[in-house]
Ligand binder design. Sequence first.
Ligand code: GAP
Length: 406
Amino acid sequence: MKIKEQENNLMEKIVSLCKRRGFVFPGSEIYGGLAGTWDYGHLGNELLHNIKQSWWNKFVATREDIYGIRAAILMNTKVWDASGHVAGFADPLENGEKFNTMFKTQVGAKKEEIITSYLRPETAQGIFVNFKNTVDAFHPKLPFGIAQIGKAFRNEIAPRDFLFRQREFDQMEIEYFVRSTDWEKYFKYWKDEMLEWIEEIGLDMKKIHDVEVAEDDRAHYSQRTVDFEFEYPFGQKELFGLAYRGDFDLKNHKLNYSDPDTQELFVPHVIEPTFGVDRAVLALLLSAYAEDELGGEKRTYLKLKPALAPVKVAVFPLLRNKPELVKKAREIYTNLKQEIPSIIFDDNGNIGKRYRRQDEIGTPFCVTVDFDTIKDDTVTVRDRDTGTQERVKAGELAEFIKNKLV
Ligand code: GAP
């Protein structure tokens, strides 16, 4: 099969797996859908949540120089005038006319009180408008950052390629404030930090490329941009981005910073690492998808890092019609669930089918309760990637699995 055909097949396989197994569904499907919208099912939502949690832990919770916020999606229209989005956030239409991709909406009920607003096209502006509040509340010294995870909306002219180009998506953004003379140092620092996280979550590093964006292709606020691109089956395209926004935003919002030691008043410059969560989900699924042969049977599995997998452990009784096995398996499942979240119990079909089902959704460990369990209180723990099984004492199971959930 030609490479192109194989890659198209891969996209089809991912989209189909996502629908069938409850990761991602087409938006508003029972009414014929709405282009550019996708809904996450239980497993996709868990994966999305795990990605956000990994990001927040690395860039906010474990650092002292980054403050998290959750700003309102609707903002005063003046924000979007000052940020340059009303004038400049536009894509060219086929006939060369420009089209502003912000979704316009109305706020207020009484005719005379109605004002125009927009659904935010980037989470960044919610950060900039809270710059002064954050400085006044926490008195941070430069360099420091403000981070936000949240929805962004763009009326994309041509939404396409599954989760890649949507009209509503999640962003994870940091605005990192530095002295103007330090921008190059922190640009390099953030490039390395981004790459480190990209590797940590298990993206296929062979498919990641950092690309310098030419001046003509940069956003209106950026003086330098490096995109992290991923080799998707539909081409090498942007995954995440890193921009040097200079003093563009703070200056336009008429904000400044007073050095707490010297009282020097100036406008900090901004380095912005930005990450699209949905593109991370898509690139992770594409990196993790694998097919092989195990025990003479073909199988599909998702080689997700255990820490990101939507389900961590599945517990089974070897046979569903043996009450002593079912009772013991239920007991082990209930105990394990107290210590490790995202665990499921499954006694449908035969054991082989249960393994295949868990492989397909990327569950790293399957625990089986068999007749030996009744005798010696040990269970088998099966590893998703190799299919190998180990006997572990039931009392040590939680510790055994916790050590592997990294
Ligand atoms: N604040 C900077 C900013 O918004 P951007 O490159 O326009 O920069 C940031 O968007 C990230 O958001 C992108 O790197 C991408 O991961 C994600 N993204 C942008 N448009 C998207 C869309 N239509 N669908 C899904 N993700 C999108």
